[in-house]
Ligand binder design. Sequence first.
Ligand SMILES: [Zn+2]
Length: 333
Amino acid sequence: MRLRVRSTSPSAETATYTHTMLSPLFFELAAFILGLLFGSFLNVCISRLPEHRSIAKPRSHCPQCKNTIRWYDNIPLVSWVILRAKCRECGEKISWRYPLVELAVGFLFVECATQYAMDGFNRFYSPYLPHLDPTTSLINDIAVAILGFLLIGLLVMDWQTHILPDAFTIPGIVVGFLLVCTQAIFLPLGAEDIHLTPRRNLRLSSPGSFAAHGNVFLTGTERLVFGRLAAIVGAALILILVRALYKVIRHREGLGLGDVKLLAMIAAFLGFWPAVLSLFLGTVICGFYAAILLARRRADLATQLPLGTFLCIGGLVSALAGEPLIAWYRSLL
Ligand SMILES: [Zn+2]
């Protein structure tokens, strides 16, 4: 963000205008292109991980004629359009999934970049809001970008193969938790502490002053790290409980362990309540989908549904719009 400088020369003024208007656009365009490249890599993961194939070797090739795809036929989005969704060698159709996944990751990265820019803009006017702190804001946006990337991949993989690979969910849990630890490292001293007797702290004191010491139950760092660990375990326990109940009532497996790890991963990145929100949204959407299938007689009560796909949709909504949704719900109470 740049302040406009009073200038006597109209061309200098226009230049400043152009600069302030163009730079966020370039920032977002860069995020979009980066998103397309990551989306292209995600497509490789989606094709290979459920079959336990390496994502590094061999190079991308057509599944029909096995010819290696040349670099100029492997440009995200562009090549698919130029080739009109067909393999250059054998004419085999290239699925809609490829450009859609690339576009989805592209828009996800644009959204994260915009959010980061917006936080910077808002910080300009209200510098003391803790969630607008530059490090917190950056870590949050990186977390949403990584989580969104993993969720888009898992969404497609569960839909197509009913498999939620550990190669995505388990590193996801670790990365989400490490990001919270990083956030905890940069937490200002005394911020987010939990006090035993909050009333005594009404006196004015700067963060980290000795006035508050001896009264702290959990420091902000402990609260963040232990709180997030509890969130991961709690979210997993909910689904483990549902899984056990289902087994007792229906005498068969109804819920995979992949779904348990997926929800734990969402909790690792976002916390407990956003994970619960994802579970709620996922279950509701899955219920609607099941009702439509039953009404059209395309399924019966024994049909397996890709719950993971719907949990991923819930997770994406939660990551991108969870805060306003939870605030709105609280305002109803
Ligand atoms: Zn081919």
